[in-house]
Design a protein around this ligand. Structure first.
Ligand code: FFO
Ligand code: ATP
Length: 215
């Protein structure tokens, strides 16, 4: 029941602190982790984002097609993320959310070309390619609220990436971006979740060893 307090369960915040998060509902965990990120002072956030972008920049090459996203204030990576990936010379695809189902993808053509899309998320002006466009990607940067040490990810709750990542090539590298404090021991999973191959935090790349390039 929504408002019933279960005497056997410690409060959510202390379960989070103790890593007892595997059996929590995603909808229970999501707002707590998001509030924690929102409480980080802007200057600290900016320095974490700068470190994350340095680690990301070291991985991206001009030959890559990168599925990226436009981070908002709540999300690791920060406002310079697309510029950094573009500076590496990669071709960038951005997600376009339909009402339901997998994401469409449009090519990024610079900040001036972005317009407000569903949920107020910026999208390129060109009409998106279909969900299968994600198969062009060598690297998929996946937004996440939290990730666990097996690569399970907690997103914003639209189920968009869950439905989209199954269409990525098997040799595409899937990397989430989160602050290190949001790498948890466990996040709740469902059968349809495709784990990421690694996570970039301000401390560097945490690689789960699951990615195998086609070369
Ligand atoms: N920057 C960014 N772009 C992205 C995503 C993302 O997570 N980050 N997406 C990743 O999929 C897609 C958009 N997904 C979204 C999913 C849910 C909500 C949303 O408004 N959720 C409600 C809470 C829903 C719930 O808790 O049940 C909210 O935030 O109030 C917004 C966008 C595509 N683009
Ligand atoms: N492939 C799928 N097939 C059917 N239902 C799905 C699929 N993926 C997700 N869902 C459903 O969509 C809803 C949201 O999923 P979930 O909470 O995992 O989203 P999320 O991964 O946090 O969000 P996002 O991927 O948008 O960042 C859930 O009810 C989930 O069961």
């Amino acid at each position: 029941m929504g408002n019933t307090v279960d005497a056997d369960q410690p409060p959510i915040a202390s379960r989070l602190a103790r890593g007892q998060t595997a059996d929590m509902d995603k909808s229970e965990l999501r707002p707590i982790v998001r509030a924690r990120r929102a409480a980080v002072p802007p200057a600290v956030r900016a320095s974490r984002d700068a470190a994350i972008l340095d680690h990301l920049g070291a991985l991206v090459t001009a030959r890559m097609v990168v599925c990226a996203f436009v981070p908002d204030d709540d999300e690791a990576g920060g406002p310079e993320m697309l510029a950094r990936v573009a500076d590496c010379g990669a071709r960038i695809l951005l997600p376009v959310s339909p009402a339901v189902g997998p994401l469409g993808w449009s090519q990024y053509a610079g900040p001036a070309d972005l317009q407000s899309g569903r949920f107020g998320i910026p999208v390129p002006s060109a009409p998106p390619g279909g969900p299968e466009t994600i198969a062009e990607a060598d690297l998929v940067l996946v937004p996440a609220v939290a990730v666990d040490r097996r690569g399970n990810r907690l997103g914003r709750g639209g189920g968009y990436y869950d439905r989209s990542l199954s269409l990525a090539r098997p040799d595409a590298r899937l990397l989430a971006l989160v602050d290190s404090e949001n790498v948890l021991d466990a996040v709740p999973t469902e059968d349809h979740d495709r784990p990421v191959d690694g996570v970039i935090t301000e401390d560097g790349l945490l690689d789960f060893g699951t990615w195998h390039s086609a070369e």
